[in-house]
Write a protein that binds this ligand. Structure first.
Ligand code: 5AD
Ligand code: SF4
Length: 472
C-alpha cells in the first residue's frame, strides 16, 4: 500500500454507506460511538492488484469500525499482513516477516494474516507463529467484522478459512490509495484450474458482482473526482453478470466509459480463451476504454500449454493477438510467461522466444516455474533444474529488452495523453501513464498537474519508459 493518508474522507465511501459526517467523525449510523477510537492498524500488502484492492477494502472496513491507520507496524495496535502465495518465494517471505513482527510484539499488539497464504496454510499458521491472533483467507473477508470482534474480545486463534463461497467482498467504505485512479473488483476467484496455479485454491470459485452495483460504485467515484477506473479480476473478461440484466463484459466497459467524469476505463487480467471480438469492438467504439490488454500467454509451445491446461494452443493465442492488432487504435499488449514448467524442453522454450518476436509485446512479466502445494503440476516429473530455469529467464528477459527498446525508439516524436500520477524530485519534472499504460516522464513549467490529463510530446526513452515535454 502506498502512503494514502491525505485522501479526502468522502472519497472512501461506497454506495449505501452512512452519511459522510458520520464517517468523518466516527459517529452516527456508520460508526456507532462505542466503536470509535478502537485502536490503530498497520496494513502491509504483498502480491497482485487484487490484493492491493482487497487491502483498500479491509482498511475501509477497519476505519468504519473506529480504527485509525498508522504508517508503521511499531505504532499499531493491530498489524495486518495481506499475503501472496503465487510463488514459493513470496510465501516463504510471510514467515520471516511474521518473525519480525513477533519482535515488535510486547503482548499488546494483535497480528493478523490475510490473503492467499492465510488460505493456503490455514490454522497451521497458529502452530508456526503462535503470536498470530487472526488468520483470514480472501474468500472470508465478508466475515471480517465478526472475526475482528472475536479478536477484540481477546480470543486467541480466530480463523476465517471458508473457500467454497458464492459471495463477493462488498464494503461500505474503501480506503483508496490513489485519489484519481480507482480499482473496482468485478469478478473474484478463478475456475480455470491452470496446472501450476494456487489461485483457484486460495481465492475460491469464480463469482461476478452485480453490474448495477459496479456501475453505481463507479458513478459515486466519478462524483468524488475519480476519472480513471481499473476493473479487476483474475480472469476479468470471464465476467458473468449474475443480475437479470445479464450485461456482457464488453457492455459493462461501454457503460463504464459513458459515466460522466470517467475518462479512462482499464481492465486486467484477461484470459485468452474468453477474449472475444466484442471487447475490441467496445474499445473501438469508445476511446475512453484504454488501448492496453494484458493477455498472459505463459508459454509459446502448444505442448506445454496443454500440460499447463491453459485451454488454448499457440495458434489460437495468436488469433487473439491478431484480433487485438485489428483494433482501430494501436493497442499495447503485455503478457506473463513462466519458464521451466516441468518437462519444458529447450525446443519448447525456443518456441516461447519466437513467440516474443512474433508478438512484439510492450511488456513481459516473466517467472521461473515454482511448484505450489495441491496444484496438479506439483506432482509432474521431469523438473527443470533451477540453474536451467535461471538461464532461460535471463535469455527471455534479454530478448524482451531488445524488443521493447526498438518499440520505445519507434515512438519518439509521437504525442501521448498522460494522466499525471506524480511529481519527480527534479524541478519541473512529472510522470504519469498513457492510455496504453506506458510510463511517461516529462517536464512542464506548470506548477500543478497532479491528476490532470496533459498532452506530452515524446523526445526520448529509458529501458522501460518514455521521456518528453508537456505541450502547452
Ligand atoms: N510458478 C511461477 N509463476 C506462476 N504464476 C502463477 N503461478 C505460478 C507458479 N506456480 C505466474 C503466471 C501468472 C502470474 C500472475 O504469475 O504467469 O499469470
Ligand atoms: Fe491461475 Fe490460470 Fe486462474 Fe490465472 S487463469 S488465476 S493462472 S488458474
Amino acid at each position: 500500500m502506498g502512503n494514502g493518508f491525505d485522501i479526502r474522507l468522502e472519497t472512501l465511501v461506497n454506495p449505501g454507506a452512512p452519511a459522510l459526517d458520520a464517517v468523518a467523525t466516527g459517529r452516527g449510523a456508520g460508526i456507532p460511538a462505542d466503536v470509535a477510537g478502537r485502536g490503530t492498524f498497520f496494513l502491509e500488502t504483498f502480491g497482485c492488484q487484487m490484493n492491493e484492492h482487497d487491502s483498500e477494502k479491509v482498511a475501509g472496513l477497519l476505519v468504519a469500525r473506529g480504527y485509525q491507520q498508522v504508517e508503521t507496524a511499531e505504532a499499531a495496535s493491530l498489524i495486518l499482513y495481506n499475503t501472496c502465495s503465487i510463488r514459493e518465494k513470496a510465501a516463504q517471505k510471510v514467515f520471516s516477516r511474521l518473525g519480525e513482527y513477533r519482535g515488535l510484539n510486547t503482548g499488546e499488539k494483535k497480528i493478523a494474516v490475510l490473503g492467499c497464504v492465510a488460505q493456503q496454510e490455514g490454522e497451521d499458521i497458529f502452530t508456526r507463529a503462535p503470536w498470530v491472533s487472526l488468520v483470514c483467507g480472501s474468500a472470508s473477508y465478508r466475515k471480517l467484522p465478526q472475526l475482528l470482534a472475536q479478536v477484540e474480545a481477546g480470543e486467541q486463534r480466530v480463523a476465517g478459512l471458508d473457500n467454497d463461497t458464492d459471495e463477493t467482498f462488498e464494503t461500505e467504505i474503501t480506503r483508496r490509495d490513489n485519489p484519481w485512479r480507482a480499482y473496482i473488483t468485478i469478478i473474484e476467484g478463478c475456475d480455470k484450474a491452470c496446472a501450476y496455479c494456487v489461485v483457484p485454491f486460495t481465492r475460491g470459485p469464480e463469482r461476478s458482482r452485480d453490474s448495477a452495483r459496479i456501475l453505481q460504485e463507479l458513478k459515486q467515484l466519478a462524483d468524488f473526482g475519480y476519472s480513471e477506473v481499473q476493473f479487476l479480476g483474475q480472469t476479468v473478461n470471464s465476467y458473468l453478470d449474475p443480475s437479470p440484466s445479464k450485461m456482457k463484459f464488453s457492455e459493462l466497459l461501454i457503460e463504464a466509459a459513458a459515466v460522466p467524469g470517467i475518462r479512462r476505463v482499464r481492465f486486467t487480467t484477461s484470459h485468452p480463451r474468453d477474449f472475444s471480438p466484442d471487447i475490441i469492438a467496445a474499445m473501438d467504439a469508445d476511446p475512453a476504454i484504454c488501448n492496453h490488454v494484458h493477455l498472459p500467454v505463459q508459454s509459446g509451445s502448444t505442448r506445454v500449454l496443454r500440460e499447463m491446461q491453459r485451454t488454448y494452443s499457440r495458434a489460437e493465442y495468436l488469433e487473439k493477438i491478431a484480433l487485438i492488432r485489428s483494433a482501430k487504435r494501436r493497442t499495447a499488449i503485455t503478457t506473463d510467461v513462466i519458464v521451466g514448467f516441468p518437462g519444458e524442453t529447450t525446443a519448447d522454450f525456443d518456441e516461447t522466444l519466437s513467440l516474443l518476436d512474433e508478438v512484439t509485446y510492450d511488456g513481459v512479466f516473466s517467472f521461473k516455474y515454482s511448484p505450489r502445494p495441491n496444484t496438479p503440476a506439483s506432482s509432474l516429473a521431469d523438473a527443470v533444474s533451477e540453474e536451467e530455469k535461471s538461464r532461460r529467464l535471463a535469455l527471455l528477459q534479454e530478448k524482451q529488452r531488445a524488443i521493447q527498446s526498438g518499440t520505445l525508439q519507434s515512438l519518439l516524436g509521437e504525442r501521448f495523453e498522460v494522466h499525471v500520477d506524480g511529481k519527480s524530485k527534479k524541478e519541473n519534472a512529472w510522470y504519469g501513464h498513457s492510455s496504453c499504460n506506458r510510463v511517461v516522464s516529462f517536464t512542464s513549467v506548470n506548477p500543478q498537474l497532479l491528476g490532470e490529463y496533459v498532452q506530452v510530446s515524446i523526445s526520448g526513452c529509458t529501458a522501460n519508459s518514455l521521456l518528453g515535454e508537456h505541450i502547452l
